[in-house]
Design a protein around this ligand. Sequence first.
Ligand code: ANZ
Ligand code: ZN
Length: 859
Amino acid sequence: MNEQYNPKAIEHKWQAFWEEKGVDRTREASDRPKFYALEQFPYPSGKLHMGHMRVYSIGDVVARFKRMNGYRVLHPMGWDAFGMPAENAAIQNKAQPAKWTLDNIAQMRAQQKQLGVSYDWAREITTCEPDYYKFTQWLFLLFYERGLAYRKKAAVNWCPSCHTVLANEQVEDGLCWRCESVVEKKELEQWFFRITEYADRLLDDLDRLDGWPEKVKLMQRNWIGRSYGTEVTFTLPDLAGTKGSDAEVAKVAGADVGEGANVVDAVDASASTSDAGDVPTVSVFTTRPDTLFGVTYMVVAPEHPLVERLIRGKQNEQKIRDFIAELRTKSEIDRTSAEAEKIGYFTGSYAVHPLTGERIPVWVANYVLMDYGTGAVMGVPAHDERDFAFATTYGLPVKKVIERTIEPLPEPLTEAFVEDGVLVNSGDFNGLPNRDAMEKISATLVAEGKGKQTISYRLRDWLVSRQRYWGAPIPIVYCDSCGVVPVPKEQLPVLLPEDVQFDGHSNPLTTSPTYAQTTCPQCGGKARRETDTMDTFIDSSWYFLRFADPHNTELPFAKEKADQWMAVDEYIGGVEHAILHMLYSRFFTKVLYDAGMVSVEEPFQSLLTQGMVLKDGAKMSKSKGNVVSPNEIVEKYGADTGRLFILFAAPPERDLEWNDAGVEGAYRFLNRVWRMVYRNRDLFGTEQAAVRANACPDSKALHRTMHYTVKKVTEDVGERYHFNTAISAVMELVNAINSYPETADRGTLREAVKHVVMLLAPFTPHIAEELWQVIGHTDSVHEQNWPAYDEAALAVDEVEIAVQINGKVRGKLVIPAAAERQEVEEMALAEAKIKEQLAGKTVRKVIVVPKKLVNIVAK
Ligand code: ANZ
Ligand code: ZN
């Protein structure tokens, strides 16, 4: 027998054993409760980094713990395998993206297996394989059938010299990442998913997700950004009789205008103006109708359909045209960031205030976005910080309409007053608290046909087209006679062609001589295939469902299989995916629920966002040169030490500071456990002594420590995921065993040793398995029932209490914890020291505070 802990000798052996015995296989049919543990599947970059090792270690503790606690567990792994890096590698190395990707997967899978993570590899999925993307396409068609996939023009980043569309992350400071040309915006037909139709459900159902961190829910709420407000209609009498040009009407109908319902209203408003004689109108979206009397100007977005008519023939016309042309090159983020300079021009036109009839100058400015609200806002400088700054810059008047109640505001205002108060300068509404005025003014506008109550969302529809090769082809063809035709489901998958060029100068899919030409599935005539592929976020929006039924060839998954496992009970991953991936997965699940394909409306019941792995205070990264690779650690110390260190060094949600001494410490601890088990292995002979836990104080104490440790680990792991404190409790139990006297009860010792092995199983699975065999078992420790603890054994059965005479402590007493009041009183009075001090006094009264003290009142 090898008495030296040698991880190399045991880890591989047990990995092979588990695989052969199918220890990590999912047990489907069983009456045990289900538990679905899932770590976010990785992008196959080629190498595991410490962040991966951390998330898999956490997930594995959860999965193993649940198995031992009587659950049937689904714990799968796969690959988020489409995406840009494979295509860039293809350009650089002339290797096919498929080959590059699959090679990387092979390497990473081998590394994962070295970590001893208990994945059911029979369920592995790879999103770039046709057997998977066939169903990604199938789901695209489902969305299309349900009216949730549609096409419209949208601005994309376009590099004029590479002739290609660039993803946002390929645009660096406005330049193409490859050739450094200035990137332009170009309008192209793109596919979208109508996620906005689910905005309310995506928002409201967040309240059901008790197992999610508040901060993640808040991020999702902000991303969806629902605002209740009022649309207020202003008239533009000066524009009556001027008509929109045909070009303008065309523009209004398509390109620049977003898809939101509000924008459609804006279009209606301007469209109605072409009826000669009618007075044109413009609506603004405001969340503050109470400030309506404080409007001193109005601003429309540069892309607003009315801009043309507002500026035509006016003094600033040319300046505004130049300004708009320049803005086209700016991103929405640049335009709206708080630091961005607010630039505007007076159009030369005026609107009329709906309640006062005042003439309000209409401006155009960069900070108003066309695709939020109505694309027009009312400026209230007295009560909005942004408007105050704008009015100050351009010399626009500031009109106070809310007065502070405690102390009047300074005159003139030195900054916007954004708190609550009472209305002034607001006609009939004067004197109302502004919160009440919101309702009242809004109601008045609605009654007079000058406004309506609306809801606006920040959330936009999801642009899913990519002009890229390495993604799931969009299964659509275009036919001259039939138009847009979905590929029939039985013809899926639409396979990626291999006769393509990776020259970096175009979408490779368009370079295939064969791919785009096809026949129309409806009329059999000539047709053209869609050459866009899908955003890879689509692949990862349903993979957790595929794991429930990974080999289905007819459907993405069968409902009864999905229902067996969904929702994911614990989803573990990085906070960087807290918004988009989570939102898209939630959206998919709701659509599939509506389609009757699954019975849950939310995919992830509980979410654990793990912290980063830092070294020397900074995130590990190649550029900082502070990377420690999992490989290195496994080579030097074995996977168990790496796992133990990672789990011990910080609770999962916190950042973890890498520490070589800490790794050494974890290794030393495992060595200690190893020697401890070997030293005591003879206790597990054929004739085992019975446990006599009460035989002596030492055995009683060890017995108690053991039960305490079981309870602590059970609760820390099962309820809180405090793996670090669980591990430290096991360390204390090992200490207690090591200082247990030779003469004390052997049975108690044997039980304690065995429990250490079992308690370590979820954290350090290989050494636990090896030592399990050392103490005489032939089955797997991972298939044992998690040890139970005995509350009674935890009870500390004697307590020390203070004995006071007239409030002063005069002695101590050790008594049975269960002693009755009367007994306690008698024992106190019988105590030698106390007796002595009471000599010559009369006891008047004895007060007993159970388990704490006895106070004797005597004179
Ligand atoms: C007048 C007003 C007065 C406003 C006031 C605020 C404070 P949230 O809450 O984010 O929905 N707004 C409306 N549409 C806009 C657009 N397309 N681009 C830029 N800003 C726009 O914000 C709603 C507020 O944002 C609206 O209420 C409007 O300014 C502005 F004391 O109207 B408010
Ligand atoms: Zn056709």
